[in-house]
Ligand binder design. Structure first.
Ligand code: NDP
Length: 317
């Protein structure tokens, strides 16, 4: 384990394996020299600073990297595949939690819930009622990345009686929502964009100044994907000069550092990357990470390998 994880994860791994805690080593270099060749599995998470080549070079018998989270842009999966290392993530078990939080963030941003809370606490209510807010009513919602979580968001949005459309690299034939082959096209046809794609090179700055211009002055951006998906400087400009109305952000380009310019903007609702961060869901994610390692070392194969991983079930090519 590269950094501390939930006690339930460490306890389960301790029960099944010899667990080495890298962060506890006084001299990590000497420690890796001693134990590195014996390490066959790695438990790691998005905020653990990655599993770079420098670390993997020290672990020549590595078989599996089990990551905590569905997004795995922190792991160089191409390099792992080249080394024959299987990578697993924790898909599915967090869909509902992330979708719930996304709806909460959307409504908080539109109805200005944090701003209203601040207003009350600052003792300003007796002097004047809180100003009227924008609304979700009548808004057209564009989902950028209609995957597992995107679909859970869409399902909830249906209950709110709003129009839903989506953009991805390909049309999905099992959904009825209108598909926009270009993101600019979706932005032009939407009053809210919700980003819920993977991070990494393929989606870097997907939402840029041109997309925000297309979203327009009444438009709202919700980013629960990865900070890298949005051009943060362009977003700050767009929020400042009214190119878009407001933003709700759970993720940032250089976490946990958040630009002061964003913090100072009253039309942005900012969360410290908490979309899956409930006790219930983090436990479920931890269990799936542990179950992947147990299944692998029992010879049953990984339970949730990522798409780029070299492993294929017996009989599949
Ligand atoms: P899925 O793989 O099920 O869905 C990803 C979706 O993104 C697919 O519909 C895919 O469609 C689309 N997509 C991928 N690349 C692009 C691209 N270049 N342009 C447009 N669309 C693209 O993943 P999940 O729904 O399980 O998770 C999605 C992501 O949500 C995670 O990878 C992570 O980044 C983020 N996340 C954030 C959390 C948080 O705490 N804020 C918590 C959990 C997840 P297509 O292939 O057709 O392009």
């Amino acid at each position: 384990m590269t950094k501390p994880m939930l006690p339930s994860i460490a306890d389960a791994l301790d029960a099944h394996f010899t667990l080495h805690r890298l962060w506890e080593a006084k001299d990590p270099d000497a420690y890796l020299r001693e134990i590195g060749p014996r390490i066959r599995g790695l438990a790691t998470g998005a905020s653990h600073g990655g599993t770079g080549a420098a670390l993997l070079d020290r672990l020549p018998n590595m078989e599996i990297i089990a990551t905590y989270g569905v997004g795995y842009d922190n792991v160089d999966v191409t390099d792992a595949a080249r080394r024959g290392i299987v990578v697993t993530n924790t898909p599915g078990v967090l869909n509902d939690e992330v979708a719930d939080l996304t709806l909460g963030l959307l409504i908080a941003t539109l109805r200005q819930i944090p701003q209203a809370d601040r207003y009350l606490r600052e003792g300003r209510w007796p002097a004047a009622p809180f100003p009227l807010s924008p609304t979700l009513r009548g808004r057209r919602i564009g989902i950028v990345g209609l995957g597992r979580i995107g679909k859970a968001i869409a399902k909830r949005l249906e209950g709110f009686g709003v129009d839903i459309a989506y953009h991805g690299r390909s049309r999905q034939h099992d959904v009825a929502y209108p598909y926009y082959p270009t993101l600019i096209g979706l932005a032009e046809a939407s009053d809210v964009l919700i980003a819920i794609t993977p991070g990494g090179a393929g989606t870097k700055h997907l939402i840029d100044a041109a997309v925000m211009k297309a979203l327009g002055p009444d438009g709202v951006l919700i980013n629960v994907a990865r900070g890298s998906v949005v051009d943060e400087q362009a977003l700050i400009e767009a929020l400042r000069n009214g190119t878009i109305l407001a933003a709700g952000l759970d993720v940032f380009e250089d976490e946990p550092r958040v630009p002061q310019e964003l913090i100072e903007l009253d039309n942005a609702v900012l969360l410290p990357h908490i979309a899956s961060a409930s006790v219930h869901t983090r436990k479920a994610m931890g269990q799936l990470l542990v179950d992947n390692l147990i299944a692998w070392f029992d010879g049953k194969g990984p339970l949730s390998p990522v798409a780029e991983t070299p492993w294929r079930p017996a009989g599949e090519t």
